[in-house]
Ligand binder design. Structure first.
Ligand code: SF4
Length: 375
């Protein structure tokens, strides 16, 4: 299994809750950025054992802002340099405002076979408060158009815990999403990040967020509707039809190695995690002058990496494989966590058998606290 993540850091506008590496108003840079990406790709030189690629993920930002020809050039460049395995999953994130039938057809022809549409809500006033420049109807139309263009693996992103939202409006949004028969859903609770307009509004008491009871009701609705819709809850925030789980993300949750390209992108190979410069102009200038774009590099110690693999693995319903841990680290969870593990098992937050360690249903409610104990 080998994966490549490519970051496209451009957006139409900056959403008021967003703290990702993403920049609006850089249309003039797209072509130059794609050329820089391909140049960085040519210099990557992964081991032959890591090729061909099993997954490619174009994430952002808003990768669908690029012209279809630019996306096609990236996919073709990766195919030429790294190759793709027969069943490779090739995903792109898309914003409904930035795609139309012609573009979708060209994206599909370029080899993209999985579309992840950032809808966020099917409620127009929520979309407005999130700064999303399209309507619920536009989002639904995009899904129909994507099916017509030949996409048979479509994921929708939705957010809950939004300002002004209650469990009724969440239910309507989710029902609307499910009525479009998506193959996969990513459902994220809003987190108010430092430095964002939402954070400033919260400081001023102007952000009307739903309380814990409302969030618990939303969680219950999510579980029931996704189950009825045939989408299995395979990761804390992710639901998929059997066989449509996101393989690229599963590799992250298994703390597997992955290559990366692009401004602000993190890659992790042979235990070395590298971060690239986040300013796209600077990224292009460095690549063009043959300089390194790596601004930070970290090598995790064996135990730190073991703990990270456990925490990431617990995000998935199947949990983390004990045999896999032993083979990879020659360590076991019992010896690493001792008393802490016994207590979490006794409290019914974790369960363990010969094969796996995983969160219980109760443990998933308190996942953040459990994971904080295992860091
Ligand atoms: S579209 Fe996504 S990446 Fe871009 S500003 Fe909005 S939330 Fe951030």
């Amino acid at each position: 299994m080998s994966s490549l993540y490519i970051h496209i850091p451009f957006c139409l506008s900056k959403c008021p809750y967003c703290s990702f590496v993403s920049w609006p108003g850089m249309d003039g840079l797209y072509q130059r950025y794609v050329a820089a990406l391909l140049r960085e790709a040519a210099g990557l030189r992964p081991d032959a054992s890591q090729l061909p690629l099993s997954t490619l993920f174009l994430g952002g930002g808003t990768p669908s802002l690029l012209a279809a020809g630019e996306v096609a050039a990236i996919v073709a460049g990766c195919r030429k340099l790294f190759g793709f395995s027969g069943q490779a999953e090739i995903s792109i994130e898309a914003n409904p405002k930035t795609i139309d039938p012609a573009k979708l057809t060209l994206l599909r022809k370029s080899g993209i076979n999985r579309l992840s549409i950032g809808v966020q809500s099917f409620n127009d006033s929520e979309l407005q408060s999130l700064g999303r420049p399209y309507s619920a109807e536009d989002a639904a139309t995009t899904v129909y158009q994507a099916r017509a263009a030949g996409f048979d693996n479509i994921s929708l992103d939705l957010m809950y815990g939004l300002p002004g939202q209650d469990h009724h409006s969440w239910q309507q949004s989710l029902e609307q999403a499910l009525s479009l028969a998506p193959d996969h859903l990513s459902l994220y609770g809003l987190t108010v990040e430092q430095g964002t307009p939402f954070h400033r509004q919260q400081d001023q008491g102007l952000l009307d967020l739903p309380d814990e009871e409302e969030i618990a009701a939303m969680d219950q609705i999510t579980a029931a509707l996704c189950r009825e819709g045939g989408l299995a809850h395979y990761e804390i925030s992710n639901y998929g039809r059997p066989g449509y789980e996101c393989r690229h993300n599963i590799n992250y949750w298994q703390n597997g190695p992955y290559l990366a390209l692009g401004a602000g992108a993190f890659g992790c190979m042979q235990g070395r995690r590298q971060q690239r410069v986040s300013d796209p102009q600077r990224y292009c200038a460095l690549i063009e002058s043959g300089q390194s774009v790596i601004v930070e590099e970290e090598c995790l110690e064996r135990e730190a990496s073991f703990r990270e693999t456990v925490i990431m693995g617990l995000r998935m319903h199947c949990g983390v494989s004990r045999e896999g841990l032993r083979r990879r680290y020659t360590m076991d969870v019992d010896t690493c966590y001792g008393e802490t593990l016994i207590r979490l098992l006794d409290q019914g937050l974790l369960e363990m058998d010969a094969g796996h360690l995983r969160l219980t249903a109760r443990g998933r409610i308190f996942a953040n606290q459990v994971m904080a104990e295992l860091v």
